[in-house]
Design a binder for this molecule. Structure first.
Ligand SMILES: C[S@@+](CC[C@H](N)C(=O)[O-])C[C@H]1O[C@@H](n2cnc3c(N)ncnc32)[C@H](O)[C@@H]1O
Length: 156
């Protein structure tokens, strides 16, 4: 089993498409927790994902509850990437089957989702900076998780 990315109610098709392409290139599945602010057939999603979307493993979950039901069945840990994280991502010990959850561009995740995660990790930022673009944050954290777990070059 390999790492997975999950997007909580993403607002911006281009960000989700960028992460779908990253997932396809790096052998990582992508879970989209609905409702999203765009249809998965959206032109911006397809433009960002390009032909890599044909190779992407994308699962759409109708709600956070549905996503949690899948995750419970799969027995996978939920690692929330959040500007309110307690642990720097470089100090966190990733497991090869972790699910890395990214929040919504406009609002992150609600408290209940924050509380449901087994870990909350942060990319420490310069003083006064609020947050990174979600696709960039996802790429940085996924890169570290793949490095730690020997996941580069593996397939799903
Ligand atoms: C644009 S940010 C959301 C901003 C939102 N106002 C908030 O405070 O959560 C979108 C998502 O990118 C990820 N992200 C952005 N910057 C991050 C950071 N420094 N550390 C960890 N995750 C980050 C988080 O998953 C976040 O929910």
């Amino acid at each position: 089993m390999t790492l997975a990315l999950a997007l909580y109610q993403p607002d911006i098709a281009q960000n989700a498409g960028t992460l779908a392409r990253a997932g396809a290139c790096l052998g990582v599945s992508l879970h989209i927790i609905e409702p999203a602010g765009f249809a998965v057939g959206d032109a911006g999603f397809r433009r960002a994902g390009m032909d890599y979307l044909d190779r992407a493993a994308i699962t759409r979950h109708a709600s956070f509850a549905a996503f949690e039901a899948w995750r419970a069945g799969a027995r996978r840990r939920l690692v929330l990437c959040t500007t309110r994280g307690a642990v720097a991502y470089t100090d966190f010990a990733f497991a090869p089957d972790d699910v890395l959850l990214l929040g919504r561009e406009s609002a992150g995740v609600p408290e209940a989702v924050h509380a449901a995660a087994q870990a909350r990790i942060v990319i420490p930022l310069a003083q006064g900076a609020r947050s990174l673009n979600v696709a960039l944050a996802g790429a940085m954290i996924l890169g570290e998780a793949l490095r730690q777990t020997g996941g580069f070059g593996a397939s799903r």
